[in-house]
Design a protein around this ligand. Structure first.
Ligand code: AR6
Length: 196
C-alpha cells in the first residue's frame, strides 16, 4: 500500500497537504466525493465503498430513505460509519458538476468544505481528511478549485472550531503541486499574528 507523504502544511500545521490515498487516512472522518444518489460510483467514492465494506452503503441507503429520498443536494454533507476503513467515519458530500462553457460553481464547492467541516465539528471530531472534491469525474479545474478550497477552510479554522487537523489528500504529486501553486492560505506567521 502506498504511504502518504506530507509535502507542505498551512495555518501553523493545521492543514497538511499529502500525496496519497484517502482510504488509508487514520482520522476521525474522511470525506467522500459522492454523487447525490449516495449509492456509490467511481474514483474516491468507489474506493471508499470498496475498502470500507457494506455497512457504509447500508447507512447511505437509510439516509436516502429517511432524509433525502430525492438525493443529497449539491453542497450538503451527511455522516456514516467508516466501516472497515482506518477512519472512524465517512462524511459524504456532493460537489458541483462542471459543464463545458460554464463558470465552475465556487459557491457550491466551498459549501462542500464548509458543511463537511461543520458536520465534523458538530460531532466533536478533531481530524478530517478531504480529497480534491469535484476535480475528477465532475471536471472542476484543479487550479480554480485551489483558491476556493483554501479560502473556505481558512475561514472555518480562523472563526474557531474543535477540528484541529484538516488534511488535504491528493492522489498524485502533480495534483498536489497544482494545489500548492494556486492555494491562497495566509502565511502561517501572518495567520497567528494579530490583525489591525
Ligand atoms: N484517494 C485520494 N484521491 C483520489 C482517490 C483516492 N483513492 N481516487 C481518486 N482521487 P472523483 P468528483 C482523486 O472523480 O470529481 C464518482 O463516480 C481524483 O484524482 O473521485 O467529485 C462519484 O460517485 C480527483 O483529483 O470525484 C461521483 O459520481 C479527486 O480525487 C463523481 O465521481 C476527485 O475525483 C464525483 O466526482
Amino acid at each position: 500500500m502506498e504511504q502518504s507523504q506530507v509535502i507542505a502544511a498551512f495555518l501553523s500545521g493545521q492543514v497538511p497537504v499529502l500525496v496519497g490515498d484517502i482510504t488509508t487516512q487514520d482520522v476521525d472522518a474522511i470525506v467522500n466525493a459522492a454523487n447525490s444518489t449516495l449509492l456509490g460510483g467511481g474514483g474516491v467514492d468507489g474506493a471508499i465503498h470498496r475498502q470500507g465494506g457494506p455497512r457504509i452503503l447500508e447507512e447511505c441507503r437509510e439516509i436516502r430513505r429517511t432524509r433525502f429520498p430525492q438525493g443529497l443536494p449539491t453542497g450538503d454533507a451527511v455522516l456514516t460509519t467508516g466501516g472497515r476503513l482506518p477512519a472512524r467515519h465517512v462524511i459524504h458530500t456532493v460537489g458541483p458538476i462542471c459543464g463545458i462553457g460554464r463558470e465552475p460553481d465556487a459557491t457550491m464547492l466551498a459549501a462542500c468544505y464548509r458543511n463537511s467541516l461543520a458536520l465534523a465539528a458538530g460531532h466533536g471530531f478533531h481530524s478530517i481528511a478531504f480529497p480534491a472534491i469535484s476535480t475528477g469525474a465532475y471536471g472542476y479545474p484543479a487550479h480554480q478549485a485551489a483558491p476556493v478550497v483554501s479560502e473556505a477552510i481558512e475561514s472555518v479554522l480562523t472563526a474557531g472550531t474543535v477540528v484541529r487537523e484538516v488534511r488535504l489528500v491528493f492522489y498524485s504529486a502533480d495534483d498536489a503541486r497544482t494545489f500548492l501553486k494556486h492555494q491562497r492560505f495566509a502565511p502561517s506567521q501572518a495567520a497567528n499574528s494579530p490583525r489591525s
